[in-house]
Design a protein around this ligand. Structure first.
Ligand SMILES: [Zn+2]
Length: 154
């Protein structure tokens, strides 16, 4: 990643990104850290993927509150240690709110990601099904934490 690409990516992340711990967010070093950028412009998400050279792109269609079909959203996700490295890399370029979110994640993984034990049961905020903690994603968006199961979260 060039310095220019790093700066571009930090700007995109500042506006359209989020970080999360999939699996666990109770202050314990478990779960999987995730770095996410979502937007409707496919070419921008493709560029994000190309620069990072790792991760996944999901297509997500979210209905409007009225029930009408919404726009197709392209969602770039990278997990685990590569996500932590990326967060560390972009940290100095980000604003206060994003820095706080990333520091919260990094503090949970001072020596990286490790194998996990059996998970506890958690309720999905969207479908209200009970799943294990590894089957939910905890989103830290606008300082609100929400647990969404992977079935609803795609
Ligand atoms: Zn669900």
């Amino acid at each position: 990643m060039t310095t220019l690409e790093q700066a571009w990516l930090a700007g995109i992340f500042e506006g359209e990104g989020s970080v999360a711990i999939a699996g666990s967010f109770d202050g314990i070093r478990r779960g999987t850290p995730s770095f996410i950028i979502a937007m409707t412009d496919k070419d921008v998400i493709d560029k994000v993927y190309k620069i990072i050279g790792n991760g996944y792109i999901y297509k997500v269609k979210q209905n409007k509150p009225s029930g009408e079909p919404g726009k197709l959203v392209y969602r770039f996700v990278i997990n685990s240690n590569p996500a932590l490295n990326l967060m560390r890399n972009l940290l100095p370029l980000l604003g206060i709110r994003r820095q706080a979110q990333i520091k919260m994640i990094l503090n949970n993984f001072p020596d990286g990601c490790h194998k996990r034990g059996p998970g506890k049961k958690i309720e999905c905020k969207s479908c209200h099904k009970t799943v294990t903690e590894y089957d939910v994603t905890y989103y830290l968006v606008d300082d609100i934490t929400e647990s969404i199961c992977h079935n609803c979260d795609r």
